[in-house]
Design a protein around this ligand. Structure first.
Ligand code: XUL
Ligand code: CO
Length: 437
């Protein structure tokens, strides 16, 4: 059997923050209990198939350069099986409990739709055996309705009913595959569900088509008994200029408009949040406040680049704020932290994949420890509580319980002095936040 990641013999070990071993965890200690649960249970890490195993380093100015050892056979199905072996070797060596895929990542597209479906079925059968043998589970599956040129003008939103139907048929099989593999969620990222010019687009029609598509999916899931969580992953732009799933607020509004809200949660990706002009924690909070934060695509963008760079997360302060949102809502339920991230084009060694994941897992584990400390300490919570304390008594309480009217508030204001502005204490809170390590 080929060994694809020889620099780790068995499994990456936890050696503690003082360790100088680059192939050891400094913070991720799977069985360490934090706030009543183990790190493994809280963080629910997942490796993504597309960047980590199918990524070639291609960019708009240059072709692929990685030539991964699992991706060399002339036969596409052989390549798929070799990739599966490499994938499960990495999952086990990292000690991650989950993985994610698009249908076309794990199995090659055939010459016909039927052949593509047969290919998928064959690879899924092998993946199932490997899941059973290793205990690694599927966090979510999804269908790629954006890479093949047939989807140039969209999948579900396509102006051509034939292509909408093709996308529906493809999702049917991707959902079957996810169900067969015990996937705990199923994701929709609207790859080319958007438009480039208003001049050729009936936006109302396209949004309604997407909604009809989702209703068909929900009906089908019910028929086959798939009980996993459906997730939508917002993104504002790229590949299209106007993606319909711009951000969390837009997606929540869409779900409410089309009577889909009870069937979906959201999968929030850090780099998509920043592309939308939001922070990661803003997008997480919008979802969490609506009871809809289902899962996370863990990555980051670059402050100087305006596209989806999908880098591995490494900003401790940003991830700490994200973990505060996750902990405050009591975890991610059936969701997880999926590294939808890729090594840089110049990181050509397979070992770079290990360093990337080790770093990503460590930054989340470290952030988890700090976030739990902030919550246990209670000072930050107390500051927030104090800021809104005027709603607990008197006129504030009347506003809260709905007994206040414009007239009653006018009468009250007339009896008061001019209100005094109190400090928002931003600098004090920033210093407090930075005092936790
Ligand atoms: C693209 C992206 C996707 C989804 C799954 O920006 O994030 O890989 O996560 O389709
Ligand atoms: Co993603």
């Amino acid at each position: 059997m080929t060994i694809y990641f020889p620099s780790v013999e068995n499994q990456v070990a936890y050696e503690g923050a003082q360790s100088k071993n680059p192939l050891a965890y400094k913070y991720y200690d799977a069985d360490r209990v934090v706030g009543g649960k183990t790190m493994k249970e809280i963080l629910r890490f997942s490796v993504c198939y597309w960047h980590t195993f199918k990524g070639t380093g291609i960019d708009p100015f240059g072709w692929g350069e990685y030539h991964r050892p699992w991706d060399r056979s002339q036969d596409p199905m052989q390549r798929a099986f070799h990739t599966l072996e490499a994938a499960f070797e990495l999952f086990q060596k990292l000690g991650v409990p989950y993985y994610c895929f698009h249908d076309r990542d794990i199995a090659p597209e055939g010459a016909t739709f039927k052949e593509s479906c047969d290919n998928l079925e064959k690879v899924v059968a092998r993946a199932k055996e490997m899941q059973t043998a290793t205990g690694v589970k599927l966090l979510w599956g999804t269908a790629n309705l954006f890479s093949n040129p047939r989807y140039t003008h969209g999948g579900a939103s396509n102006p051509d009913a034939h292509i909408h139907a093709y996308g529906a048929a493809q999702v049917k099989h991707a959902l079957d595959a996810t169900y067969e593999l015990g996937g705990e969620n199923y994701v929709f990222w609207g790859g080319r569900e958007g438009y480039d010019t208003w001049l050729n687009t009936n936006m109302k029609h396209e949004r309604e088509q997407i909604a009809r598509f989702f209703h068909m999916v929900i009906d089908y899931a019910k028929r086959i008994g798939f009980t996993g969580q459906f997730l939508i992953e917002p993104k504002p732009k790229e590949p299209t200029k106007h993606q319909y799933d711009f951000d969390s607020a837009t997606v929540l509004d869409f779900l409410r408009e089309f009577d889909l809200i009870d069937h979906f949660k959201l999968n929030i990706e850090a780099n998509h949040a920043t592309l939308a002009g939001h922070t990661f924690e803003h997008e997480l909070t919008v979802c969490s406040d609506a009871g809809k934060l289902g899962s996370i695509d863990a990555n980051r963008g670059d402050y100087l680049l305006g596209w989806d760079t999908d880098q591995f997360p490494n900003d401790l302060a940003e991830i700490t704020r994200a973990m505060l949102v996750v902990l405050k809502q009591g975890g991610l339920g059936s969701g997880g932290l999926n590294f939808d991230a890729k090594v840089r084009r110049g990181s050509v060694d397979t070992e770079d994949i290990l360093h990337a994941h080790i770093g990503g897992m460590d930054i989340f584990a470290h952030a988890l420890l700090i976030a739990q400390q902030i919550l246990d300490d209670g000072e930050w919570d107390a500051i927030l509580k104090k800021r809104y304390a005027s709603y607990q008594t008197g006129v504030g309480q009347e506003i809260m319980n709905g007994t206040a009217t414009l007239e009653s508030l006018e009468a009250w204001v007339l009896q008061q002095e001019e209100p005094v502005v109190t400090s928002g204490q931003q600098e004090l809170i920033e210093n407090l936040f930075n005092s936790y390590h």
